[in-house]
Design a protein around this ligand. Structure first.
Ligand code: G
Ligand code: G
Ligand code: MN
Ligand code: NA
Length: 254
């Protein structure tokens, strides 16, 4: 209960901040975009990770308002980078199940793009399989609206949820993110490798691009490159960093 109150105040007092983790294009070796990851600068506690408060945001429904803040903050950052030496950067934001189900995502996205004069294709939404499958017919309508706006959509943590392949091909999405669970032991566990390869193959058959998350080593990277994964994200390249540091890395690598 105290935590809920503190989270309400966090929103009012601008204690949330976005960190950014790069995604690297495996063909060019360049940064292809970043994922925005929420942090909470809680007075007296330092920087708090989402695992410690996102579940509370979900349970209380606060995630709808915080999620709207995240979309706005991401668009503000896209505009700031674009107007600086960093240049255009695609930013992916995480959208929670409740935000997708209850929030006015379509209009929130339109408002933010409009307010910061950001081109829609620079914003990407990461949605989980669970969020998409809980009402698949509604999802098709929602994704159609988002596609019309022009934002990109990725399915996050792919392989851990329950996705109907029949729906997958009806969802107008752009990208699958292979869950870290299959990437961790990709070079040592043949089952994990097989799943990762199946996801890559399926994604490409459906004309989707595929990104592997949680890449921590050179052998994982080489395996994924050899098997035509499009992008990687993970500590091997960089952990999530504040906007200023991320901007410097992007500028240095450009
Ligand atoms: O950054 P970190 O690795 O600690 O993130 C842990 C989890 O928190 C990830 O699964 C991520 O999807 C989730 N998360 C990070 N930022 C956000 C956010 O802005 N909104 C929501 N709903 N989840 C987030
Ligand atoms: O939205 P999602 O759950 O995919 O958020 C990414 C999460 O994965 C964040 O919590 C981030 O800190 C974490 N992460 C990113 N790269 C790595 C990595 O290379 N290894 C591990 N163990 N976690 C990672
Ligand atoms: Mn994500
Ligand atoms: Na993920």
């Amino acid at each position: 209960l105290d935590l809920e109150l503190a989270l309400r105040q966090a929103l009012e007092h601008e204690q949330f901040v976005l960190y950014y983790q790069p995604k690297v294009d495996l063909r060019t070796g360049r940064i292809s975009g970043v994922e925005a990851l929420l942090r909470w600068r809680r007075p007296g506690y330092g920087l708090v990770a989402p695992a410690e408060f996102v579940p509370v945001l979900e349970d209380t429904g606060l995630v709808v308002r915080v999620g709207a803040w995240v979309i706005h903050a991401a668009c503000r950052q896209i505009a700031q980078w674009r107007d600086s030496e960093v240049g255009p950067v695609r930013v992916a934001v995480n959208v929670s199940s409740r935000q997708f189900a209850e929030g006015d995502l379509e209009h929130e996205v339109m408002r933010a793009l409009d307010q910061y004069e950001v081109p829609a294709e620079l914003l990407e939404l990461e949605l989980t399989e669970t969020a998409l499958m809980s009402n698949a017919e509604r999802t098709i309508v929602m994704l159609g609206k988002l596609k019309k706006i022009g934002v990109k959509v990725a399915i996050d943590d792919f392989g851990t949820g329950y996705s109907s392949l029949a729906y997958l091909q009806r969802f107008p999405i752009d990208k699958l993110k292979i869950d870290i669970a299959f990437v961790r032991n990709i070079t040592s566990n043949p089952n994990d490798a097989a799943i990762a390869l199946a996801i890559i193959g399926m994604a490409h058959s459906l004309k989707l691009s595929v990104v592997a998350e949680g890449v921590e080593s050179r052998p994982q990277l080489e395996f994924l490159r050899r098997n035509r994964c499009d992008e990687i994200q993970g500590f091997y390249f960089s952990r999530a960093l504040p906007a200023l540091e991320m901007g410097q890395i992007i500028t240095a690598g450009a």
